[in-house]
Design a protein around this ligand. Sequence first.
Ligand code: AMP
Ligand code: ZN
Length: 454
Amino acid sequence: MAIKLFDSLTREIRELQPSHPDGVLRFYNCGPTVYAPAHIGNFRAFVINDVLRRLLDLEFGPGRVKHVRNLTDVDDKTIRRAREEGRPLAAVTQQWTEKFHADCAALNCLSPHVEPTATGHIREQVDMIDVLMQKGNAYRAADGSVYFKVSSFDHYGELSRVKERELKLGSALKAAAADADEKEDVSDFALWKAHKDEDGANSWESPWGRGRPGWHIECSAMSKKHLGETIDLHTGGVDLLFPHHENEIAQSQCCNGVTFSRHWFHNEHLLVDGKKMSKSEGTLYTLDDLTAKGFSPMAVRYTLLMGHPRKQLNFTLDSLHAAEKALATLRAFRATLPATGGDPDVFAHEFAVLRDDLNLPEALGALFKVVNDKGLKVNATAFDRVMSVLGLDLQAVARKAAAPAAITALADKRWAVKQAKDFAAADALRKELAAAGWSMLDRKDGYSLEPLKK
Ligand code: AMP
Ligand code: ZN
């Protein structure tokens, strides 16, 4: 059974197949902007793409999927951050790239095969803009910026149906027009931004003068360089449909004269407590925010898998508690499984629903049906295959984020008095731990600490 996935361009669920004669499926996923830690909404996108990558690897075999995910390391946000901190841009983006890699590893996301950076591909971006200038799809404004002429591309708006949404977008376009009066038309977008004082050292020479690339051109240039002119799959969150992906299509197709991506897939957003994440309301969580509360990164991954990728998912601390429980159940189940024997197809439904438009909640539901059905015979190999495609590392669950030192000190003290059979002191210390938000679970050979459900 082939992998089928919703295609945002045709609005149909379609089969995914490589189109190149070498049989390698070319997959481009828009990556992070590296100026701050990624939040769990970003990680919803990366974890979903990771399951997709794992499923594609399984379907087409090792070496038959080429996965590229870029790093946006020069744009308004990265430059502003470097300026505010008085540091070189590269120091800021390197710091946050390392943090992104560490978080991805903790969430058990596979590394892409290529992770190109925008600053490492200035020449490729300039070359593409040059072709667009020669073909009449772009023009240089008086200040040295270069804009893409949207009216030169008949298919503009087909991905996001932007023409149908134009009325709604009216005010946004007016706002854009106010600060971009160099453009011939408000909907034109920047391919090259002329140097401004606030850019500091972050500009490069080009045939149009010093400047830096606009954001959208980097993905067109980097996917062309690493995957070729026509790719098989392009993904990102729904916020990238317009203008980012719409602009990528326009640039790439006008430059190369062929279809840019044969399939487009967009994950819906993660909400927190039913609303858009907000820094001021304390709901813009990073992975560190959650591990500091005692949750394991694997529980964060599990929570991000709980919803259908094409539906919004509401994240709450309760859902994280539920994820920790689910993982504990899976770990306990795994410990009971024999290495061989049983029905090798017992998880056929799980794989079938994942192949059918990445139906994660249905796959998790089916998995727990198997776990709870005492009559079924399951072997460890079959179970591990499901864990592997979901990227759930059950060993990592045990390596929980450590409780703060003050809490472990209290727990150690309580363990000692309990061993000495001073139960009154042990009870008093348990209350003290509970007041600090921790529950201590005693076992024969030691204890573990769990954050208390709030
Ligand atoms: P950025 O670093 O802002 O370019 O975002 C990286 C990825 O995260 C992109 O694919 C975005 O579409 C995606 N993204 C941003 N916010 C959310 C969210 N709340 N839920 C899911 N995906 C998101
Ligand atoms: Zn992109």
